[in-house]
Design a protein around this ligand. Sequence first.
Ligand code: PEP
Ligand code: MN
Length: 497
Amino acid sequence: LRTLSSDQAGSDRPTGLTAVHPSGSAVDDGKAEWSPTSWQSHPIKQDVVYDDYSKVEKALEKLESLPPLVHPKEIEDLKSKLRDAAEGRAFVLQGGDCAELFDYCNQDRIEAKLKVLLQMSLVLIWGTKLPIVRIGRIAGQYAKPRSKQTEVVEGYGEIPSFRGDNINGYDPSDRTPDPSRLVSSYFHSAATLNFIRSTLASGFADLHHPFEWDLSHVRKDSIRNRYQQVVDNISEGLQFMSTVGGDNPAWQSIDLFTSHEALLLEYEQSFTRLLRDPTVKSTNGTTDTNSNSTRSSSANSAKKYYNTSAHFVWIGDRTRQLDGAHVEFFRGVANPIGIKVGPSTETDELVAVLDRVDPDFVPGRVTLITRYGADKIKDKLGEQIRAVKKSGHKVVWISDPCHGNTKTSPVSKLKTRYFDDIISEIRLALEIHKDNDSTLNGLHLELTGDPVTECIGGSQDLEDEDLVVRYETFCDPRLSLSQCKYHNLSPVPHTTT
Ligand code: PEP
Ligand code: MN
């Protein structure tokens, strides 16, 4: 097996595919011309080194010939919803698996995940009295950054870590990065997305039938009852509206947007295409949402580089360096983007990254996904809120209470998260925003619709000893369905400043 790259420039990469700046430290003020491949001349973290680049090129050629997974119209819709969130008029719920596997592309698993997202958003609508912007970590969350590039597996010795189905396999015998997985990712994303679209279009999310999203498996009566109360209240409200003639077709379905960490830039580059912005009016005064054909020079000027692999993509905590390849790639894509912000994020660098990826100060262009850890959030969040406010960037602030709270459990020695730490980070985020005259605009959670036992605590009071019962994650521990509901949080305070 080849060892995966250290976080250095891959010297054996062919020029023109991923030729990294030879010094590994490109000097750059972010003003140079951007293209979907300009990231290649920047130092890259979490790089993947392949044995055979001719196979990578072939896979990328294939990807470039395939149709987009999402449409610019949908991306622009999300952009406008995130603008609302940045201005306190909507609340974001982003959730899904840490590492989505190709095997999760399956009816039951997708339905279960949709169900948990729907149930959570129902509760959030009730609590916040705001529209919820739902974004799944789904249909493409296949590439994973790893803190350790290798691991020791019994019978195999030290082997490369699992980097996600987009790159290599979880099976220890399958850890060599395989370029054919790039094309497989496309088809698994497409099949997942197709099923989500058809399910939602067929009444799965119809508010008139929320009883289909029952909580019968939840053991705590108090939780089941509180959820049922919300459902009953909504049903009564809908009945009333229908009686007085105010039924709305919008209540029969919902928008669900897709997202993933855009880690593997070769893959993302092949989806990044110059397409018409459907929100820009053409010269005859109409908006054109359908075609990408060029009819006039004004149509040309309305074109933007959309990353059509997902509606929303984010930069992970390990790849957000100002001069790095990921920031360079993200600065040119028209999608709304996320940036993970952790305990090691320097405030000055955060503002410099914002200046680079949001030079036009567009509200909601950037979502900052904060993941400090319950014990560190107080040291950083307040300072960063104040600095971002001063910079003039109007961001969506969402809390990821999972990634800063990952621990090894003392008994079973499994990677886990304590439910109480998760709740504590959310509570503190709410408080610190309030104290700084700011608003928490959303939550980012690692969760699954499957009844797993990966996090400690929650409504089932899972203990360390219980983790082994159904510990199924291939990367980070996820909240299960029953851990994702009520947790005595007071309603999210919101201001409209
Ligand atoms: C993740 O979201 O799965 C992840 C790796 O997060 P972070 O970049 O914040 O560590
Ligand atoms: Mn994770």
